[in-house]
Design a protein around this ligand. Structure first.
Ligand SMILES: Cc1ncc(COP(=O)(O)O)c(C=O)c1O
Length: 441
């Protein structure tokens, strides 16, 4: 290639000046993920040969959490059988029917088939809900910490307002907290089990949200106002622990169905983030618009993945067995971390954590602001604390500010994710963490 004649070399800064003037307002205002900056710092440390427990990634390492073996066989079968062309724009009829059955089994809800559409993971459902239901400048409300919603303000040119949740509620929202801000909102976004807190919304609170939707929309209809929608992100729906059960608000308050959009898929419940298959379940009048938008974006899930997912969702014994095993492996990691932090706390060190409830996360607190490091630096904010824990203990976590929390409200809270670590990574890391905490003044 180097020797090819007349090769036209394109420099990496080509067009940068023109783009500065030429990018749309949306593109200019859109910010990249702050978690990626942390990821680079971790990569640098690993390249230098330092040991790091990487608790920053909201993904699964396939070494720790491979997809179910049977599912992998189904994928191979689908490719080998030649399912490699465009899927139907709403998804294959077989997978849509399998998702409909999945909703009947898991939520006791029988949605019309036109309410179910298949997309490439969780994100297209979230993005589409913003685009289809909220006009530029209108308000979207969500509790914080929350995953990614604060970024949609720029991407979709809407107003976003994150409402700070409380530690005593395990950082889960309540109607009482959101209602005072909801009068002008067009959409509320809830996520349970939740990223980043690892909390699961209690049945009572979800029921109250369903009732609030019904009551507020009755008022709006009389007043001739646009409805209030609820985007309900349940991408971690199968990953709940102990007595923390997952519910759809529609199964608790069926009358709120006209206003609820479910986002779900295989990414987290089946550790299949890279396969890109999710489903949007909502009133058909909205789902049809999602399907139309998808035809312009090309956000279909790959056909072989759809074919395999339909078979997998119907293999109930395999799902039951896999779920138990998966929860067990996630739990042993989260428990190791939680118990380790609680032990350090009981020894008088300035840390805390909330008992695991669901998903692959734990909320961990390091109340170290004002402490002095061995090199004499004073830790002033959560980012200083994050950096100290990373550099001194190889303990890599993400500050709540990356999830829309005002840095003034962070109070030393971080997300720790266990999808990419082994139990022994954690066991090895805890003594390092203890030492780093002890070395602070
Ligand atoms: C709460 C939540 N919703 C949606 C997604 C997006 O899932 P996907 O990777 O399938 O787009 C994620 C991914 O981390 C998530 O944590």
């Amino acid at each position: 290639v180097e020797q090819a004649q007349n090769l036209i070399r394109i420099p990496s800064d080509i067009g940068a000046d023109a783009a500065k003037r030429g990018l749309s307002h949306m593109a200019s205002s859109m910010s990249g993920s702050s978690i990626l900056r942390i990821a680079q710092e971790i990569r640098n440390m690993i390249e230098r040969g330092e040991e790091v427990a990487n608790l920053t990634v909201g993904d699964f390492s396939p070494k720790q959490f491979p997809i179910p073996e049977i599912f992998r066989d189904y994928l191979n079968d689908a490719i080998n059988s030649g399912h490699t062309n465009y899927p139907p724009s709403a998804g294959t009829p077989d997978l849509r029917a399998a998702v409909k059955e999945y909703f009947m089994r898991n939520h006791n809800l029988d949605y019309p088939i036109d309410g179910v559409a298949i997309v490439s993971g969780g994100r297209p459902s979230l993005y589409a809900a913003y685009q289809l239901l909220v006009d530029p400048g209108e308000l979207v409300l969500f509790p914080v910490p929350s995953w990614n919603n604060h970024n949609y303000g720029d991407t979709c040119q809407v107003k976003v307002r994150g409402i700070q949740t409380r530690r005593e509620d395990s950082f889960q929202p309540t109607v009482a907290l959101l209602k005072p801000h909801a009068r002008d909102a067009r959409m509320i976004v809830l996520n349970s089990p939740q990223n980043p807190s690892g909390g699961v919304m209690p049945e009572k609170d979800l029921r109250e949200f369903g009732e609030f939707l019904v009551e507020e929309n009755a008022r709006r209809e009389v007043a001739g106002e646009k409805p209030l929608y609820l985007l309900f992100d349940q991408i971690y729906s199968l990953l709940t622990f102990d007595n923390h059960r997952h519910f759809s608000p529609v199964q608790l308050v069926p009358e709120c169905a006209p206003y609820v959009i479910h986002c779900d898929g295989i990414s987290k419940s089946f550790a299949a983030t890279g396969l890109r298959c999710g489903w949007f379940v909502a009133p058909p009048a909205i789902t049809k618009k999602l399907v139309a938008l998808g035809t312009h974006l090309g956000t279909w899930a790959p056909l072989p993945v759809q074919v395999a997912t339909a078979r997998w969702l119907r293999n109930l014994p395999a799902i039951a067995e896999w779920r138990t095993d998966m929860i067990g492996r996630v739990r042993e990691r989260l428990d190791c971390l939680h118990n380790g932090l609680q032990k350090l706390k009981s020894e008088g060190l300035a840390c805390d954590s909330i008992e695991p409830q669901g998903a692959i996360y734990i909320s961990a607190q390091f109340k170290l602001s004002g402490a002095t490091t061995p090199s004499g630096t004073v830790l002033e904010n959560n980012d200083d604390i994050r950096s100290y824990l990373l550099q001194r203990a190889g303990f890599a976590v993400v500050p709540f500010a990356a999830f829309g929390v005002d840095p003034d409200d962070e109070d030393g809270w971080f997300r720790a994710s266990v999808g990419a670590v082994s139990l022994s990574d954690l066991q090895i890391c805890l003594p390092r963490l203890k030492q780093a905490l002890q070395e602070l003044n």
